[in-house]
Design a protein around this ligand. Structure first.
Ligand code: ZN
Length: 430
């Protein structure tokens, strides 16, 4: 049993385009993929779909998602998400039952937009662990969902924590190692450590949070237990601390271009980078819309100031990192203000506007992301032996990368050899 896609334009994720391609799936894996001249369609019980010249490509991946974030407009600006008291909220702090359903729906939105794999970078009580488990168990139709559990410095009581740090507030390397063990024991796929502040919050890019010793203690435990580690790091010094501690990946890295040593260290050690460039641009766009109406930006002033400063710093850093060959994947921070679930492909448009080719942007969101996850033996390309995570796109994303942002263009989503979204007959499966 299995599916066959024929008559497609295959972008296989390795940088190649195959015209008049055939992809043969055998259960949940890809048996063969190549041109119609080379690949024979087996005569066995296969469902053969003629995709009529559409684009066949690997399922997209987003390595920085926040399923518990509302993603719409920021609280107070007419956002659609409310807590149980009727207050508008950005992040839904609610009863766990409601939150779980909310997160499942947001995961589903990523899947139906063509994202067959997501990594969630932090949720209250590490709830994403169970969302991922529910998707794996087939309790709902969702993407492969990898859960990060957050470890941060010990904050004073009552400090608002946007990354769900329960049990991960630490002081000292021993506590960091303990938190790592507990969170991995509870089922975390990744650890998400905090080396610096971020766009939101009291601490900014240059403020150092976990020490290098704390970062290292957690990282050593994670690696010993077979898990990978990513690190929120915006300023160059924090990035260096994280890299020296041995982390596998850097989130945001806004100031990557401000210190050439950082880029060299990342290239030498093969550290991945998930920039999330659209985060700052989205805030600027929202502020511009508000200004045009004669209103103030709905996000706090200090925060907007930081984001506006970062746009150019980040763009320069991205160009330098590209030139140097930093292992650059894609992630969005979807769920944060102005980053709506299901619009995850917006990030690729920014990559292209900053000088990547459309093909390189697609590779970043597929093969390179799989490499950062350490899952490139199973995911990220349409090749024999890989998991059959494949999407069929109505228009050519190599001509216009923006076509990936519209669900109506994502004609088929196939996860593990199963069609989970089918818009070829106008309907969405489930
Ligand atoms: Zn984030």
């Amino acid at each position: 049993m299995g599916l066959v896609l024929r008559n497609g334009n295959l972008i296989d994720g390795t940088g190649k385009v195959v015209k008049d391609a055939v992809v043969v799936m055998d259960g949940s894996t890809i048996a063969t993929a190549g041109s119609a001249e080379e690949v024979r369609i087996p005569q066995s019980e296969k469902q053969v779909i003629d995709v009529g010249g559409m684009t066949i490509m690997p399922g997209l991946m987003d390595l920085h998602d926040h399923l518990w974030g509302a993603g719409g407009e920021y609280a107070g600006a007419g956002g659609a998400t409310h807590d149980r008291f009727g207050e508008e909220v950005t992040f839904v702090e609610d009863h766990d039952a409601y939150l779980a359903i909310f997160m499942m729906e947001n995961a589903r939105r990523a899947l139906v937009a063509g994202f067959t794999t997501i990594r969630d970078t932090g949720s209250p009580r590490d709830m994403t662990i169970d969302i991922g488990r529910a998707a794996r168990d087939g309790l709902f139709v969702g993407p492969r969902t990898l859960a990060c559990a957050t470890i941060d410095i010990t904050f004073p009581e009552g400090k608002k924590q946007v990354h769900g740090v329960e049990g991960g507030n630490v002081t000292g390397p021993i506590e960091a190692a303990r938190a790592a063990r507990e969170k991995i024991g509870a089922g975390a796929d990744w650890l998400h450590l905090w080396a610096t502040g971020a766009g939101i919050g009291f601490w900014g890019a240059e403020d150092l949070l976990l020490t290098t010793e704390e970062l290292r203690a957690a990282t050593v435990e994670a690696h010993r237990l077979g898990r990978r580690v990513t690190c929120n790091a915006c300023g160059a010094e924090g990035m260096k601390n994280a890299i020296l501690a041995g982390v596998d990946c850097i989130e945001h890295g806004t100031h990557i271009g401000e210190d050439d040593e950082v880029i060299k260290m990342m290239v030498d050690r093969g550290v991945g980078w998930v920039p999330t460039l659209y985060v700052s641009i989205a805030k600027k766009e929202a502020a511009d819309v508000a200004a045009a109406k004669g209103e103030r930006s709905p996000i706090p002033e200090y925060w907007l100031k930081r984001e506006l400063e970062w746009i150019e710093i980040w763009r320069r850093g991205f160009e330098k990192a590209m030139a140097a060959g930093v292992l650059t994947g894609t992630g969005t921070d979807t769920g944060a203000p102005y980053l709506s679930h299901g619009k995850n492909a917006k990030e690729l448009e920014i990559y292209v506007s900053y000088g990547m080719s459309e093909m390189e942007a697609i590779e970043a969101a597929t093969r390179v992301n799989a490499e950062i996850l350490g899952m490139d033996d199973r995911l990220g390309t349409v090749e024999a032996g890989k998991e059959a995570d494949v999407i069929v796109v109505r228009k050519d994303p190599l001509k216009d990368i923006k076509v990936l942002q519209e669900n109506e263009n994502i004609a088929l989503v196939i996860k593990g050899g199963e069609i989970v979204v089918n818009r070829t007959d106008g309907g969405v499966a489930r």
